[in-house]
Design a binder for this molecule. Structure first.
Ligand SMILES: Nc1ncnc2c1ncn2[C@@H]1O[C@H](COP(=O)(O)OP(=O)(O)OP(=O)(O)O)[C@@H](O)[C@H]1O
Length: 363
C-alpha cells in the first residue's frame, strides 16, 4: 500500500465543506494538525463555534469523506471546539468578560425578535458555549418573563450587578430594575445611556457570546447602540411579509452604516402548522427572507414556523429550546445558532483579546 503525505491529506480536507458556514475546513482554518506516520493518519479539527450536538456526526462525516477519496492504513479524526473573540467596530474595544456580542435586530415590532433572541441564546448554550443575554428592548422588556425571572439583581460590591441566571444563561434586563411605565418615557439619550450602563455594570462571567435583544426598529436609539456597543455581528429577524421585509432592509442598511457585519437573516412565523390537523399554511407568505438574503448577499440562517408551542413556551417562562430540546423547533434554533456562530468564526480575530480559550474535545 502506498503511503500518503501531509500535503495530500490537506488537499483532501479542502474538499470537505463545513455545512454550518459553507466553507471548506482548510480555508476556514479548522484544521489544527495533520500527522502522518507511514499509512497512519491523524487529523485534528477545531471548529470555531459551539457544536456539541453535531461533533460526533461531523467526525464521522469527515472520516467517511476521506475514506471515499483515499486509502489509509488507519485514520483517526478528532473534532473539538475553540471559541475566540472577534473584531468589533474599529473605534471600539471589546469588554474584557465578553468575547463576542451578537445583536439581534428587527425592522419593526412584533416579528418575534425577542423570542428568537432568547431561543438563540439558549441554543448556543445547549451547543456548549457560555452565554448571556442583554434585554435592550427598553420599551417592552420581555426576556425576564420568557425566562421566568423577576426581582432585582444582586450586587456584591454595590457597584456592579450580578446577572440573573436561567437555564445556564446569564441575563440582565431593564425590566429587573425599573417599572415598564418609567422606561417608556425615557427619551433617546437617556435610554441609550441606561443600556450602556446596564451592559458595563453587569458582572458577566466569562461569556463566549452575549446576545443583545435590541429595541425593534431602526431609529436613533438602535443606531446609537449599533455605533457604541462593541458588536462582532448582527442578525435580523423578519417575517416573510413584504412590509416586514422592507423594514428589515433598513436594518441591513443601519448595520452597514456602522460597519457591523450582518451574519444573516432569520425568517420567523414562516409557515403555520395547524395543531389539530397538521395542515401547513403560509400565513405571511413564503420565501421572502431567503429572497431578501440573496438580494443583499447575506446568509439565510433558517426559518421558524408559526407554532403555538413557541408562544406558549415563552409565555410560561420556559422557551422551546429548553421545553422541548429534541423537538423540531429546537433543532431549527440550534441549527441557526451554529450557523450564526460559524459565520462569526470566519470573521477577523480580535487581537486585543485577553481571554484564555476554551477547548472541548470530542473523543
Ligand atoms: N415562531 C413563532 N410562533 C408562534 N408565536 C411566536 C413565534 N415567534 C414569536 N411568537 C409570539 O409572537 C409574539 C411577539 O413575539 P416577540 O415578543 O418575540 O416579538 P418582538 O419582535 O420581540 O416584539 P417587540 O420587539 O415589539 O417586543 C409573542 O407572543 C411570541 O410568543
Amino acid at each position: 500500500m502506498s503511503s500518503i503525505d501531509k500535503a495530500t491529506v490537506e488537499q483532501l480536507l479542502r474538499t470537505f465543506i463545513d455545512p454550518n458556514h459553507g466553507v471548506d475546513l482548510v480555508t476556514a482554518k479548522s484544521v489544527k494538525a495533520i500527522t502522518v506516520d507511514g499509512d497512519q493518519v491523524t487529523v485534528t479539527i477545531e471548529l470555531g463555534y459551539p457544536a456539541q450536538s453535531i461533533l460526533a456526526t461531523m467526525q464521522a462525516a469527515i472520516e467517511q469523506h476521506l475514506h471515499s477519496l483515499a486509502t489509509f492504513g488507519s485514520l483517526t479524526v478528532t473534532v473539538g471546539v475553540k471559541i475566540i473573540a472577534h473584531a468589533v467596530q474599529q473605534t471600539l474595544k471589546p469588554y474584557p468578560q465578553i468575547k463576542n456580542i451578537i445583536a439581534v435586530a428587527s425592522g419593526k415590532g412584533g416579528v418575534g425578535k425577542s423570542t428568537t433572541a432568547v431561543n438563540l441564546a439558549l441554543a448556543l448554550a445547549a451547543e456548549g458555549a457560555t452565554v448571556g443575554i442583554l434585554d435592550a428592548d427598553i420599551y417592552g422588556p420581555s426576556i425576564p418573563t420568557m425566562l421566568g425571572l423577576s426581582g432585582t439583581p444582586e450586587s456584591h460590591d454595590n457597584k456592579t450587578m450580578m446577572p440573573k441566571v436561567a437555564y445556564g444563561v446569564q441575563t440582565i434586563s431593564i425590566g429587573y430594575l425599573v417599572q415598564a411605565e418609567q422606561a417608556m418615557i425615557w427619551r433617546g439619550p437617556m435610554a441609550t445611556n441606561a443600556l450602556q450602563q446596564l451592559l458595563r455594570d453587569t458582572n458577566w462571567q466569562g461569556l463566549d457570546y452575549l446576545v443583545i435583544d435590541l429595541p425593534p426598529g431602526t431609529g436613533d436609539i438602535q443606531l446609537t447602540l449599533a455605533q457604541q456597543i462593541p458588536v462582532s455581528g448582527a442578525i435580523i429577524v423578519t417575517t416573510p411579509q413584504d412590509i416586514a421585509l422592507i423594514d428589515a432592509q433598513r436594518g441591513l442598511s443601519m448595520f452597514a452604516k456602522v460597519n457591523v457585519p450582518v451574519l444573516g437573516i432569520v425568517e420567523n412565523m414562516s409557515l403555520h402548522i395547524c395543531s389539530q390537523c397538521g395542515h401547513e399554511e403560509a400565513i405571511f407568505g413564503t420565501g421572502g427572507g431567503m429572497v431578501m438574503a440573496e438580494a443583499n448577499r447575506v446568509d439565510f440562517l433558517g426559518a421558524l414556523p408559526l407554532d403555538m408551542a413557541i408562544r406558549q413556551d415563552a409565555d410560561l417562562g420556559r422557551p422551546t429550546v429548553v421545553a422541548d430540546p429534541d423537538g423540531r423547533a429546537a433543532e431549527i434554533y440550534k441549527s441557526i445558532a451554529r450557523k450564526t456562530a460559524a459565520r462569526l468564526a470566519l470573521k477577523a480575530k480580535d487581537f486585543s483579546s485577553r481571554f484564555p480559550t476554551i477547548v472541548v474535545q470530542n473523543s
